[in-house]
Design a protein. Structure first.
Length: 301
């Protein structure tokens, strides 16, 4: 890796925080990597270090990480417009976009609203509509979808050691703890001791959750995108459990409804470790590299 650097981009209401990893000698191929609903750009270093010849650009979405102070409203259209502004600031005309969890929905919306900026999509355990559980109100939806992650956003911690201990007990990371995960966790804690708190704003998560089941046109728009779309599923969920976020029955439905989307699965990972664990990062980076190579081959004809 030739270096990581943080930077910002002007957006509505202030500056969007972001980071980039450069891996190799210029010219580098840009890749835009978009994190999940309570995460940050620091979810991506393992994927980035597996992509020689690239410049991986990753935002902290509005309401998260270093962008937590940006005002609402939130929602997929606003996030997509923020990403277009980020690409402008990074002087990138277009690139392949990889999105994890909610970031996959943002990636699809970017391709819908700014089609000239996206050459292909890799959707990692997200981006296919997630049906709302029956009987769940708008106020209850975030907790129903992401469970303890929503509770965590209202908690406080006396110091970084306490926050690390909280995450070490998380079943998703029981067998995957690493310095990369520890750095991700340290970045996520903000405020003043002894009342430190996660950097994601709960109201942003609540508003964004309302759009994860897709609007009436979402699936049709996804199928109609004139670019390659890959979906990568984790076989276990947010708590390392079965069934995963996308059960087998849902995948059968989407295979029939969206034959244009190429579907993959990474063995023995969960919703987090599909990008933040070694095995998941290997698989996601391999797919991204293959899609970049195919795009280059087509362009050089």
């Amino acid at each position: 890796m030739t270096g990581y650097r943080p930077f910002t981009a002007p957006v509505r209401g202030g500056e969007l925080a972001a980071g980039e990893w450069r891996h190799g000698a210029e010219p580098l191929t840009p890749v835009l990597a978009v994190h999940g609903i309570t995460a940050s750009h620091r979810a991506w270093p393992l994927v980035a270090e597996r992509l020689p010849g690239t410049r991986v650009i990753a935002p902290d979405l509005r309401g998260r990480g270093g962008s937590r102070g940006l005002p609402g409203p939130w929602g997929m259209p606003q996030h997509a417009d923020d990403l277009a502004a980020l690409l402008d600031a990074a002087e990138v005309e277009s690139c392949l976009v990889v999105g994890h969890s909610m970031g996959a929905f943002v990636a699809v919306e970017l391709a819908r609203r700014h089609p000239d900026r996206v050459t292909g999509l890799v959707l990692v355990d997200g981006g296919l509509p997630i049906p709302r559980p029956e009987g769940i109100s708008d106020d209850e939806l975030a907790a129903a979808l992401i469970g303890p992650a929503a509770v965590r956003l209202s908690m406080t911690f006396p110091d970084h050691a306490a926050y690390r201990a909280y995450w070490r007990d998380h079943p998703a990371f029981a067998a995957e703890w690493s310095p990369t995960i520890e750095q991700y966790i340290d970045y996520d804690l903000v405020g003043e001791a002894p009342n430190l708190h996660p950097a994601t704003r709960l109201e942003a998560v609540q508003q964004d959750s309302l759009q994860l089941d897709g609007d009436l046109e979402y699936a049709a728009a996804l199928a109609a995108l004139p670019i390659g779309v890959d979906f990568v599923r984790a076989p276990r969920g947010l708590l390392n459990q079965v069934p995963p976020l996308y059960p087998d029955s849902e995948m059968e439905r989407w295979r029939a409804a969206l034959p244009e989307v190429e579907i993959h699965e990474v063995a023995d990972v969960n919703h987090y470790t599909i990008v933040m664990g070694e095995r998941g990062a290997d698989a996601v980076a391999d797919l991204v590299a293959r899609r970049i190579a195919e795009t280059h081959a087509r362009s050089t004809g």
